[in-house]
Design a binder for this molecule. Sequence first.
Ligand SMILES: CC(C)(COP(=O)(O)OP(=O)(O)OC[C@H]1O[C@@H](n2cnc3c(N)ncnc32)[C@H](O)[C@@H]1OP(=O)(O)O)[C@@H](O)C(=O)NCCC(=O)NCCS
Length: 170
Amino acid sequence: MSASPIEQIIYRIPDHGEIAAIVRLMEDVFNDFIAPGYDPEGIDQFFHYIRGSAIALRLKRNHFVRVAATSQKIVGVIEVRNYNHISLLFVTREFQRQGIAKILMQQAIAVCLREKPDLRKITVHADPRALPAYKAMGFKKTGSERLDNGIRYVPMQYKPRKYLPLIQSD
Ligand SMILES: CC(C)(COP(=O)(O)OP(=O)(O)OC[C@H]1O[C@@H](n2cnc3c(N)ncnc32)[C@H](O)[C@@H]1OP(=O)(O)O)[C@@H](O)C(=O)NCCC(=O)NCCS
């Protein structure tokens, strides 16, 4: 019997050549889920932030990215700044609600703790509609909803070691 698509997902660091695919994934999911709640300024800000050249530059500085991929395509991505802030987390629509974000998050937290063993908190500016997902992954609200440069978010934080990462990171 062949494995279902969810069983074939691999979690890994992307190649440089995969940045364009990561950008496409984020554009699609953003347009689908987030853009309808944003004004044009926020949409511009977001698309500026996820340009391939901007991601490549951040990777050279203080960000890391991990992806979830089938043998065919990238279906999820997490980007982390300075081993203590979730910058981006996106899972493509048809693969949502199957635990992909949770595994990406667990792996990202494992990397953060490896690099910063004394890490006390990991923060995120959560899109309001993603609040239930972040809550389910152990994040707590640290303030009320804000609007910065057109980007609407709720500040949240996660205190590590609430659960130990299940998946070994590389
Ligand atoms: C938010 C997002 C990344 C979650 O990805 P996902 O792969 O579907 O999440 P998972 O399946 O790993 O779910 C993780 C937990 O969140 C819960 N969850 C996920 N989406 C949820 C939702 N819409 N409502 C309530 N709970 C949700 C799951 O039930 C699971 O909890 P559990 O472990 O207790 O069962 C995805 O919905 C997405 O890409 N959304 C659009 C982009 C976005 O808003 N990104 C965040 C920007 S800050």
